[in-house]
Write a protein that binds this ligand. Structure first.
Ligand SMILES: Cc1ncc(COP(=O)(O)O)c(C=O)c1O
Length: 389
């Protein structure tokens, strides 16, 4: 079956954060939203059917986690990522951001130093600030059009007392899919200095054709007892609103601490639609996902070609994974605030401005490419017409 990613689905009137709050959040009613990371594509048909069928039942009471759900997660990770998880290690949470906040509470101390590697998904910073931990920046290093981790810098911070890392793998927003060498060097440092890693692998399924995501647990089995991996079907199959994710915590002692943190806020059950959707996605979504990635890759090629021809001040970085393009706009000659203002108010395109991702984000804009090509083309036409000077 060929899936139609060109189809435009009108999302207005669904309380969509991306589409229905445009006026309220930007003051521009017809702005094209290409910021927050959800997709403008309908979920795979089997997922829609599973949700409809669950909805038709009519009773939506308290919902636990059936074995069939855990089996679907296990089989998916095994076939997609060659990762054999221990079923007991899985904890279900209503999102990766809540899971990261809980892990920060469970495994670090107030004022404890936690490393993040900016430019990076900004809720990492919020999780640390809101829980009163010390944010230790170990910025990525840019080399031409790529980015790498500063492993020497990382070890220095470890020596200076940091005891936790929040890793983004694949890395939002720079689009890197970390390779075996990088991950094993990183985990070696973690072992040497007793660093616990929260590995956010929410973009794992979105490694682009030609790239392969490596779960940290498979690269560094010896890190297993100091590893908390966050994973979810939400980015992969566009289920963010259903709020379902899994956290793999192989250490029984650490898992107990995480569950205790969940108890302090009364978490433990799930949304019945999330369970039904995730199970259907993991059981039936493989081909849909393959075609989705091909479509997104073609969107990135289209973006790159269009910029080269018509928007010379915008230079998209190669995107090894995620559906988020990281675009160097420093040649625009405008500072970040001014460029963002013009993109929103004049071009009427809503991107995420680089500085919100922390040090190293200046001069960049992040664009969500998970939309029909005509939407992307419209955004680019609007940006092309933007008066810069
Ligand atoms: C790296 C990363 N982690 C977590 C999330 C959000 O996770 P959730 O919606 O499950 O809280 C996102 C969403 O963009 C993300 O990019």
């Amino acid at each position: 079956m060929t899936y139609d990613f060109d189809r435009i689905v009108d999302r207005s009137g669904t309380a969509s954060l991306k589409w229905d709050f445009r006026q309220e959040r930007t003051g521009v009613a017809d702005i094209l939203p290409m910021w927050v990371a959800d997709m403008d594509f309908a979920a795979p048909p089997e997922v829609v059917e599973a949700v409809k069928s669950r909805a038709a039942h009519g009773i939506y009471g308290y919902t636990g986690h059936p074995d069939s759900f855990f089996l679907a997660v296990r089989d998916w990770l095994n076939t997609e990522h060659n990762w054999e998880i221990e079923m007991d290690s899985v904890v279900v949470t209503p999102g990766v951001v809540p899971a990261i906040n809980l892990a920060v509470q469970a495994f670090s101390q107030p004022q404890g130093k936690v490393i993040i590697q900016p430019p990076v998904y900004y809720p990492f910073m919020w999780a640390l600030e809101n829980n009163r931990r010390k944010v230790v920046f170990n910025p990525l290093i840019r080399e031409n059009d790529s980015w790498r981790m500063d492993l020497e810098g990382f070890e220095k911070h470890a020596r200076a007392g940091a005891r936790m890392l929040i890793l983004c793998s694949p890395h939002n927003p720079v689009g890197r899919v970390w390779n075996h060498g990088e991950l094993s060097e990183l985990s070696g440092i973690c072992r040497r200095h007793d660093i616990l890693v929260i590995s956010d692998e929410i973009h794992a399924d979105l490694a682009m054709p030609g790239h392969r995501h490596l779960p940290l647990e498979t690269v560094a089995p010896d890190l297993k007892h100091d590893l908390v991996t966050c994973y979810a079907p939400s980015k992969t199959f566009n289920l963010a609103g259903l709020q379902i994710s899994t956290v793999m915590i192989p250490s029984a002692e650490k898992r107990a601490r995480f569950l205790a943190a969940m108890k302090t806020v009364g978490l433990g059950l799930s949304n019945p639609f999330g369970i039904a959707a995730a199970e259907a996605a993991y059981r039936h979504g493989q081909e849909w996902l393959r075609q989705l990635k091909t479509y997104i890759k073609a969107n990135h090629d289209f973006l790159t070609g269009f910029c080269a021809q018509h928007i010379p001040w915008a230079r998209p970085m190669p995107m090894e994974g995620t559906y988020l393009a990281w675009i160097d706009c420093s040649a625009s000659g405008l500072d970040d605030d001014e460029l963002t203002k013009r993109l929103r108010n004049k071009a009427r395109v809503w991107l995420d401005e680089g500085p919100i991702f922390g040090p190293g984000g200046g001069g960049f804009q992040r664009m969500n490419l998970a939309c029909p090509r005509v939407t992307l083309a419209e955004a680019l036409e609007r940006i092309k017409a933007l008066p810069l000077f």
